[in-house]
Design a protein around this ligand. Structure first.
Ligand code: SF4
Length: 350
């Protein structure tokens, strides 16, 4: 059991972040926010993948104003990603955004920040202080490491907001380098009780980026650190959501959809386990219930190795044993492997 760090809960629209709330999954649209129709379509696709919060880029006033129409046509809470110009944050607030992300690396003027904080406070809208190593503000005091620089930069803005009597804060400290990210989050987690948004920035293409994110985010989550996560991939944003849930499921922090347990196959396998596993995976994508399904390559070891599964198949030469909760319930011919397994899966869905 992971013991989570106690954080002060905040609300982003209908979603609670921090406290005892489940770790929220978020992503970011990759459309031009000014293209309202495309942005709405992508937000709906993300919602179909159970993305709980969506961030949108706000490069100019037109994008900020677009939030108003986008909000009317979607139901997922929206966060405005603000850089360089504090007035874009004010415009996004007017348009009804559910949360702001400010980057201390490019908006640092205390008077400008005070204006944003005042408007956010009036509407009870939270602000994420989003530190990123790609846009760190200059260090105000000598730092021994990048992670220390990140933490100091975050603490300066946290104190600024605190002095304005604003506490609807969450914080992120993202780097591409995993050890740097982990050090930074560990350090800030010991200093503040605001919720933490975890992520590894610019993690890369789906395979490498998923692994990098799983290692960085996973280590922190296992230590109880983190209240919401965003996986950054050079891919369709729905891939980010799928990967985020995989990470959370690996640590038993969220239950989400079916889990496929499949053996890697070896010289003992007498059927094409990899194709069978791929076919099962495709069929499981149509199911939302959290169910564990195993595809194993041999009769002798299969049920035992996959005893954690709800239902599974252990394949032998020309036939396979279907099992439920580790017990064999029937034997089927090779041509029927997929359908027989899926019939058992469906029997557990009601
Ligand atoms: S389940 Fe059987 S076929 Fe699959 S890896 Fe293990 S021993 Fe090999």
């Amino acid at each position: 059991m992971i013991s989570r760090r106690q954080s002060k809960p905040i609300r982003v629209g209908t979603v609670t972040i921090g406290g005892d709330a489940p770790i929220a999954v978020q992503s970011m649209t990759k459309t031009d926010t000014r293209d309202i129709r495309a942005t709405i379509t992508q937000i709906k696709e993300l919602a179909d993948h159970d993305c709980e919060i969506v961030r949108v880029a706000i490069p100019d006033f037109e994008a900020a104003q677009a939030i108003s129409t986008i909000k009317k046509k979607t139901s997922t809470p929206i966060i405005a990603d603000i850089h360089f110009d504090y007035r874009l944050a004010l415009e996004a607030l007017k348009a009804g955004v559910d949360g702001l992300r400010l980057n201390p690396g490019n908006i640092s003027d205390p008077e400008q920040i005070a204006k944003v904080v005042q408007a956010a406070k009036q509407r009870q809208i939270p602000i994420r202080i989003g530190i990123n190593t790609g846009s760190l503000p200059p260090a105000s005091k000598p730092c021994l490491s990048t992670s220390e620089h990140m933490v100091n930069a975050a603490m300066e803005q946290i104190n600024l907001l605190g002095n304005l009597d604003f506490d609807l804060i969450k914080v992120s400290l993202k780097a591409f380098d995993v050890p740097t990210t982990i050090e930074a989050y560990r350090e800030i987690a010991s200093k503040i009780s605001y919720p933490l948004h975890l992520g590894i920035t610019e993690a890369g293409l789906p395979r490498a980026g998923a692994v990098r994110s799983a290692v960085g985010i996973g280590i922190l989550l296992h230590e109880g650190i983190g209240d919401t996560i965003r996986v950054s991939l050079s891919a369709n944003p729905c891939e980010e959501v799928i990967t985020a849930y995989e990470i959370l499921r690996c640590l038993d922090l969220r239950k989400h959809g079916p889990t496929l347990i499949s053996c890697p196959s070896c010289g003992r396998a007498e059927v094409d386990i990899i194709s069978l596993a791929e076919s099962v995976d495709k069929r499981l994508k149509q199911i939302s219930k959290p169910i564990k399904v195993a595809v194993m390559g041999c009769v002798v070891n299969g049920p035992g190795e996959a005893k954690d599964a709800d239902v599974g198949i252990a394949c032998g030469k020309g036939k396979g044993a279907i099992f439920k909760k580790g017990r064999v319930v029937s034997t089927v011919a090779e041509k029927d492997f997929l359908e027989a397994l899926m019939t058992e899966v469906k029997s557990l869905l009601n």
